[in-house]
Design a protein around this ligand. Structure first.
Ligand SMILES: Cc1ncc(C[n+]2csc(CCOP(=O)(O)OP(=O)(O)O)c2C)c(N)n1
Ligand SMILES: [Mg+2]
Length: 345
């Protein structure tokens, strides 16, 4: 079976667009380690590295005016949607030109002008926000969907069950994308941290119990499978049939297991055509689980691009990214006189 045949419903343009979204997400966050090392990032931050196969595919399946809500692990969703890298970096390092004027930082990064309405770092918060956005869509005539991206732990919060119930009862156009990264990869044991703490034997039992339709993706690194599920979910919502929950299991990136992420080095696209990753604890993930490398193999096998064309795309993405980083570093701090602007109490 050719790779193209394993991407049903997808055009060459879809495959290349997903590749570009993934590279945009990946390069943006890899460069964050440099900002952190230079002391520009204050406090903890969470990276989306390793989850791009899910985010890029869902974003590709959505329409430009669909709404998106996210969590503490939001950078990928925001830049993958097309947010300006410079304004996103500026936000992360607290500059006045940031998407939130430098007041939100990593935990609140969003881009309402591009439909990324809000980010909540409160676990489960995004489930409620996405449901509310879908209610807003319903009240204003429909024709679009709201999509909430959240982690497996969100299902442990009461707001998730309450939101699922309301969305099912009111048949709201909302897609719940659960990025379940409590899945072992490489040296990680299946029962080690992090893992879900639910009584339910499958995550999807929770939304099912509330009457929400569920779709199970077998591997969240497989963007083709995620894309197909997202298209199906969107059509279901637009037909007025109510919410859909997608569980996307993701082999957790080895750099993302500690409180502060640890770099595993810049992604080497040549792993897609046979170069070996450095031996060590990250090798299995880098060669076999990294969604960027896996998708590059799909694009190559489909004949969508040559190795040189993929490298050229990557250089273009990096150049744009790094111009954004320079813009952010050269941007001014917020004016102290505006410190109480947008403070409500
Ligand atoms: C209500 C609430 N409880 C606890 C926390 C602290 N906290 C931040 S991230 C996190 C784990 C989130 O896991 P998951 O939702 O699966 O997302 P992941 O980080 O694995 O992508 C916790 C407990 C929080 N932010 N909000
Ligand atoms: Mg998780």
């Amino acid at each position: 079976m050719s790779a193209a045949a394993s991407t049903p419903g997808m055009t060459r343009a879809n495959r290349l667009s997903i590749m570009e979204r993934m590279l945009v997400m990946r390069r943006f966050e890899e460069r964050l380690f440099e900002l952190h090392a230079a002391g520009h990032l204050r406090g903890v931050f969470h990276l989306y590295i390793g989850q791009e196969g899910t985010g890029a595919a869902v974003l590709e399946a959505l329409a430009a005016d669909d709404y998106i809500l996210s969590t503490h692990r939001n950078h990928g969703h925001v830049v993958g949607r097309g947010a300006d890298a410079g304004r996103a970096y500026a936000e992360l390092i607290g500059r006045a030109t940031g998407l939130q004027g430098g007041r939100g930082g990593s935990f609140h990064l969003c881009d309402p002008a591009r439909g990324v309405l809000q980010t909540s770092a409160i676990v489960g918060g995004c489930v409620g926000l996405a449901t509310g956005a879908a209610y807003g869509i319903r009240q204003s005539g429909g024709g679009r969907v709201a999509t909430g991206f959240f982690g497996d732990a969100a299902l442990e919060e009461g707001v998730a069950f309450e939101s699922f119930t309301l969305a099912a009862l009111w048949k709201l156009p909302v897609i719940y994308v659960c990025e379940n990264n409590s899945i072992g990869a490489g040296e990680m044991k299946g029962d080690s941290y992090p893992r879900s703490m639910l009584g339910a034997e499958r995550l999807s039992r929770v939304p099912e119990m509330a009457g929400v339709r569920t779709l199970q993706v077998s591997n969240g690194a497989n963007a083709a499978e995620v894309h197909a599920a997202a298209l199906e979910a969107r059509a279901h919502c637009l037909a007025g049939k109510g919410p859909v929950f997608i569980e996307s299991p993701i082999a957790r990136w080895p750099g993302g297991r500690s409180l502060f992420p640890k770099s595993t080095g810049a992604t080497d696209l040549a792993l897609a055509w046979g170069r070996r990753a450095p031996e060590g604890p990250n090798q299995d993930w880098q060669e076999n689980h990294d969604p960027v490398i896996r998708w590059a193999r799909v694009v190559l096998a489909a004949g969508d691009a040559s190795q040189d064309e993929l490298l050229a795309l990557d250089r273009t993405v990096l150049a744009r990214n790094d111009a954004g980083m320079r813009f952010a570093l050269e941007s001014p701090w917020p004016d102290a006189a505006t410190a109480t602007d947008k403070v409500f109490a």
